[in-house]
Design a protein around this ligand. Sequence first.
Ligand code: HSE
Length: 285
Amino acid sequence: MVTVRAPATSANLGSGFDTFGLALDRPADIVSVERAHRTTIEVTGAGARYIPEDPEKNTVGAVAEALDAPAHIHIDKGVRPASGLGSSAASAAAAAVALDELYGLGHTREELVPVAAEGEAAASGEAHSDNVAPALLGGFTVVADDGVTQVSPDLSLVACLPDIVVSTRDARQVVPTSTSMDDLVETVGNAATLTVGMCRSDPHLVGRGMDDPVVTPARADLITGSEGVEGAARAAGATGVTVSGAGPTMLAVCEPGTRRAVAMAMIDAFDDAGVDATAFQTSVG
Ligand code: HSE
């Protein structure tokens, strides 16, 4: 049996829509695989009842198919589905690594990025490597047409997950289909600032670079209380706050030593808006 842990991830980081991704130290999915003649899947843990165990409908079933590696696969979900924390990407990445090792296929992590992304696409209809890339490679990743680049920054983070449902489909429908040249220039500047900040593990540059005038404002409208949560997090020590992936999780980058205060402030602000929330105090995975 081979067991692999893959972390939650936060895609976009504001200015890097469908491009940037960050692995979080926690939560994580744990996937165990054993050789079998045909693939079977068992799911336990957070939100397990929402995840199909039919290999044709499950992300990891598609990964097993793509690698021609049938197995009995057990997924212990730590990353709740539909949270904006790369739940299906965590399962797909862990399964890809585990099956590769089980069958001695010898793929590199980089080679497994499109395999895991294909798995996500087969199960959910659309694939964005901005979650599977950091789940497989760790750290901060930039997904571009000609490949993935990665650095491993040291940052204090809080991921605050409200008890509301935002479907990725709805979150993609509100994304503007065009933008002005002014907003494009601002976004490129912010994305570049964020990237420098990641290379320097500088929470101020990363926080500033997460500002995004195009996608995040449209998506924040789908998250009850998000404006108050952002203000409260900044007042408690966050250098930047954005929607994690398609939401509803809100991700905060924090001044060292302020994670606990930021987490409490975000939970209280969601509570003020009538929304229950939980928060993960985490770092880069
Ligand atoms: N980049 C994607 C989005 C991540 O924001 O829609 C979720 O699949």
